[in-house]
Design a protein around this ligand. Structure first.
Ligand SMILES: NC(=O)c1ccc[n+]([C@@H]2O[C@H](COP(=O)([O-])OP(=O)(O)OC[C@H]3O[C@@H](n4cnc5c(N)ncnc54)[C@H](OP(=O)(O)O)[C@@H]3O)[C@@H](O)[C@H]2O)c1
Length: 266
């Protein structure tokens, strides 16, 4: 992995991107992003607020647009390895931008709590993320010949990515099923999740997301992919800690052995 691709725009944005990721990590310890009933409700989400479904779709849409646009501008867009990454990317962001939000079960009467500021922050991340990865895969990177499919970094990364993706989807499903398909207003909004990764941690959905991007960074082996791992971990590790504390505060019978995000450790 090298810091310099020789493309001044790419290299400059990468440095700015990592500075931004460091800022996000530090600021996350002073408060987590204002969305969702636990962290976006009441007066937490300031300014314009959206409903959960609209907020998620709007925020994540650039993930489905920027990457393919930049990808197909590159000279290696017809090569097998970059196309494989394109398929993974589109699958990941179709789930994040469309499937997960549209399946979400929203408590009726719950206040709009998705801050528009969070949408803007998401757009900045997704523009950088899409540009860094797509430009490197089809234009700037030199390693993505057919042989990359047999490189141990690609294979190990793919296994980690798949484990993370499955854990993320399975954990999202457990959370979704805590509410009935059409929740009534008097149904409790939050319950204790059990089973799957929840046996070990309070936020296996976040652990799955971090594992996915760890795997992706190993598979792609470039700093643009490390950027998104840094952004994801910088956001989700502190949020998992807040969520874990929230569960302990709100449920007396919360399982004591559960950690926040890393089984047995944190
Ligand atoms: N790549 C990244 O940087 C990034 C950042 C954030 C999220 N994500 C991913 O996006 C997905 C959604 O994230 P999120 O932060 O919205 O997750 P979340 O807090 O787990 O919420 C997901 C859904 O489940 C509901 N829910 C959560 N806990 C519940 C409980 N105990 N009982 C009943 N319902 C519960 C939430 O309702 P309410 O809305 O009413 O709270 C929401 O509808 C996850 O897979 C996450 O990993 C990725």
């Amino acid at each position: 992995m090298t810091w310099y691709t020789g493309d001044p725009l790419y290299d400059t944005l990468l440095i700015i991107g990592f500075a931004y990721a460091a800022l996000v990590l530090v600021s996350s310890f002073f408060g987590t992003a204002a969305y969702g009933g636990r962290f976006g409700g009441g007066k937490r989400a300031k300014g314009l607020k959206l409903g959960a479904k609209q907020g998620w779709v709007l925020m994540e849409l650039p993930g489905l647009i920027v990457f393919p646009v930049v990808f197909f501008m590159g000279t290696n867009a017809d090569q097998a390895v970059p196309l494989f990454f394109l398929a993974i990317w589109m699958m990941h962001y179709t789930n994040r931008a469309l499937i997960t939000p549209l399946l979400m079960r929203v408590q009726p009467g719950s206040q709009a709590s998705f801050s528009f500021g969070v949408v803007i922050a998401g757009w900045i991340t997704l523009f950088l993320h899409g540009y860094f990865n797509a430009a490197y895969l089809t234009e700037l990177g030199t390693q993505y010949t057919y042989d990359w499919f047999t490189d141990p970094r690609f294979r190990i990364g793919f296994v980690i990515y798949t484990v993370g993706f499955v854990l993320n989807i399975h954990s999202d499903r457990i959370l979704r099923n805590l509410r009935s398909p059409n929740p009534s207003p008097d149904e409790p909004r939050y319950k204790i999740p059990y089973g799957g990764g929840f046996r070990f941690v309070s936020c296996p959905q976040y652990l799955g997301e971090i594992l996915s991007f760890t795997g992706f960074a190993i598979m792609a082996w470039n700093l643009g992919a490390v950027f998104v791992l840094a952004m994801t971990a910088g956001n989700l590790i502190p949020r998992a800690i807040y969520t874990h504390r929230w569960f302990h505060k709100n449920f007396e019978d919360y399982p004591a052995e559960r950690k926040a995000i890393i089984p047995g450790i944190l």
